[in-house]
Write a protein that binds this ligand. Structure first.
Ligand SMILES: [Zn+2]
Ligand SMILES: [Zn+2]
Length: 377
């Protein structure tokens, strides 16, 4: 499956991406992992807000490393501060800012985000020896010390997700990335999500983890700099969250209910219900019986009203004209006609089976759906 990343794409930096609401839910564009100068990022929190407004985001979380300070001489350690500055800048602009923190030991369980926190400063970090410009952990760390910040996050009602599994300092002696520490977090009801896409990169291990342990899937930028140059040829990667209401509570409810879809490059990763709802909301279909000089045909019009391009493989009981293997690329905001021919017997109802090659519902399967035409106009 080779996809051209530029095909039919609308870049976030040039215009805001259009993605429809789905049946019963509003679709929000989110990014739940990013840094500022209050940990090891290189921008001021208001920059993250301006960037998000430019890209048409609905919700962002600022998640500083609670155990690392890049600029201790200039910035006093306060992990609520970047949230407060960003929230103030975002006020009345339609952008929600969520308070979060990144718990970042370099031993299992590795990095996790805790978002929807009350107080980011009260998470214990007894496993650290030095946090000033250097990340140095104590020589002997207990499992209890590593567990403490998670227990505090749980006390605060936070949503915890596993960030970028298999990052380069992963201790390969573990062999498994989902360690017994993660199992304990899961058993305690602390672990809720996993970052399947980090800074635009798809992580198949994280995707398998999401399936196996029934975790919410996330797609975050984890940006430390200005993200514009990184995504200049594509759009900003995002987690689509399907909410009942556009409030922080609504986002949290949707996240706990696992109603997300990940949009990065030309790909969407989602579970079947969200994937199918999103595709059906984006692509409208209309079928008409016609007589082409005595030859009965069905003309199917597919109309994509979203900015997500879809790579389709169509199947019908009739022959599909002109499209080898029924392959069709339906670009952003594009309308295309498909002719079904040799329509000699005409049942009341006919089906068009659709495989959407760029929507993954599992690490191994593209999404399948179908359109049924019954009342031909
Ligand atoms: Zn990290
Ligand atoms: Zn990070």
């Amino acid at each position: 499956m080779v996809l051209l990343s530029t095909l039919g794409n609308v870049f976030a930096q040039r215009s805001k991406i259009i993605i429809p609401d789905i049946a019963g839910y509003q679709t929000l564009k989110g990014d739940f992992h990013m840094h500022t100068v209050f940990s090891d990022g290189h921008v001021w929190p208001t920059f993250r807000v301006n960037e998000a407004l430019r890209d048409g985001m609905d919700v962002i979380a600022i998640t500083e490393h609670m155990d690392y300070e890049g600029f201790p001489e200039e910035i006093e350690r306060d992990y609520n501060k970047s949230y407060e500055i960003a929230a103030e800048a975002a006020k009345d602009k339609g952008l929600m800012v969520i308070k979060g923190v990144e718990i970042s030991p370099r031993v299992p369980p590795y990095h996790h985000n805790a978002i929807f926190l009350e107080d980011a400063n009260s998470l214990p970090m007894e496993y650290m020896k030095n946090t000033h410009k250097k990340f140095i952990m104590k020589d002997s760390i207990t499992r209890e010390q590593l567990m403490e910040p998670f227990l505090e996050a749980q006390r605060q009602g936070a949503f915890v997700s596993y960030n970028h599994p298999s990052y380069n300092w992963w201790d390969k002696k573990d062999t498994v990335l989902f360690t017994d520490f993660h199992q304990e977090l899961l058993d305690k009801g602390i672990l809720g999500g996993v970052e399947v896409v980090n800074s635009g990169r798809y992580n198949i291990i994280a995707h398998r983890m999401a399936m196996k342990y029934n975790l919410t899937m996330l797609c975050n930028t984890d940006e430390h700099y200005d993200m514009y140059p990184r995504y200049v040829d594509t759009h900003r990667p995002m987690t689509l969250v399907f909410v009942e209401e556009k409030t922080p509570e609504g986002v949290e409810e949707a996240m706990r209910a696992k109603r997300t879809a990940l949009y990065f490059g030309d790909y969407v990763v989602a579970r079947q219900p969200e994937a199918e709802a999103l595709f059906k909301a984006a692509v409208g279909v209309d079928a008409e019986k016609k007589d082409r000089k005595g030859e009965p045909i069905i003309v199917v019009t597919l109309k994509n009203t979203s900015d997500i391009p879809f790579h389709l493989q169509l199947k019908s009981r009739y022959n599909i004209e002109l499209l080898p293997l029924g392959q069709l690329i339906l670009g952003a905001q594009e309308e295309k006609e498909v002719v079904l021919k040799e329509v000699w017997d005409t049942p009341d109802e006919t089906k068009l089976e659709v495989k959407v090659e760029n929507i993954l519902v599992t690490p191994d399967e593209a999404m399948l759906t179908q359109f049924t035409f019954s009342d031909f106009e």
